[in-house]
Design a protein around this ligand. Sequence first.
Ligand SMILES: Nc1ncnc2c1ncn2[C@@H]1O[C@H](COP(=O)(O)O)[C@@H](OP(=O)(O)O)[C@H]1O
Ligand SMILES: [Mg+2]
Ligand SMILES: [Mg+2]
Ligand SMILES: [Mg+2]
Length: 383
Amino acid sequence: SFCCLSSSRLPKFAEPHLLSLPSSVASRALVVPSASMQYDKELAAATKAVSLAASLCQKSQKELLRSDVHSKLDRTPVTVADYGSQAIVSIVLERELSAEPLSLVAEEDSGDLRKDSGEDTLHRITKLVNETIENDGSYGASLLSPEDVCRAIDSGKSEGGSFGRHWVLDPIDGTKGFLRGDQYAVALALLDDGKVALGVLACPNLPLASIAGNVTQENVVGCLFYAKVGSGTFMQSLDGSSPVKVHVSDIGNSEDASLFESYEEAHSMQDLTSSIARKLGVKAPPVRIDSQVKYGALSRGDGAIYLRFPHKGYREKIWDHAAGCIVVTEAGGVVTNAAGQPLDFSKGRYLDLDTGIIATNQKLMPSLLKAVRESLEERSSSL
Ligand SMILES: Nc1ncnc2c1ncn2[C@@H]1O[C@H](COP(=O)(O)O)[C@@H](OP(=O)(O)O)[C@H]1O
Ligand SMILES: [Mg+2]
Ligand SMILES: [Mg+2]
Ligand SMILES: [Mg+2]
């Protein structure tokens, strides 16, 4: 048995305003959307897509068998839920926004599923996707074939770039956390001329109440964060409670700050992050969480600093940060590279990044940047 979002429980907060106008008004060519209405239609579609994908992931996480885990060429894991989530988001965006051509930059592709060895997996993914769409009920009963599912996954092959609109998707961010039964996120953002215009982050295992200090009494889990440029960041429960506006921590004394980093030791140089924490006088031990859930938790002030310093040679992908970045910045935070410059999402599928990503509030940023600079200098002189 499992629980799925019914369409009536899907979030309704971001319906396009034009839909409620008489058609004579809606069809008038010269209706210029006000700043607050801009991207409303896209945000509604993104929220629906991510909510459905999250329900697919929740169902799959419960049923997950070892055999559903595969290794990609880069030896990172991928599951039926990663593929299924990507297919769902692609299909929902396509159906909800059919007026515009869809450019999607997404992590997975169907290469392995189209091999003989992938046939069984593809069938399980197709079943998951069809069940999720059927449960939602808003797209009738037409069943998708395995080929439809592969095509939906492969619409994520766009290269992005600095012109026009591109959706950016991580169907499951934190696959390793997902496999452990820990934190993971479905992360979707829209780039417009190289800048993040909106972001939606589903965090199916994140408690609704604060996880500050790494403890929570709350047993209600499943959060959805969304942010639109210039409009703030909101959070609601994944099953559709009314949204609340969130804000980053207002801590100004770094000693009281708590610090997030990757759960996976291989994803960040923890000797460097502990040197930074020492310089800042941070008292609490770092809180290790998988995926962009760190950005979500930061946006509501559960912690004050996120440090990410991958080992040399690792190239960060835009889908690992685009949604999280706008969720934090619209909540009043700052996300930069190690030198304090904003992240540049306009360079294609990869972030053009030298060293590291840091996120915090405005008050702590100057001392954080100083600690980062000193720790990096000490490191390079000791190597
Ligand atoms: N060696 C490495 N260094 C840094 N990041 C890595 C990495 N190997 C994988 N990753 C990325 O780290 C993401 C998870 O983030 P986190 O470290 O915050 O939990 C992974 O996303 P996926 O799980 O979507 O593949 C993957 O893109
Ligand atoms: Mg991956
Ligand atoms: Mg990822
Ligand atoms: Mg992923």
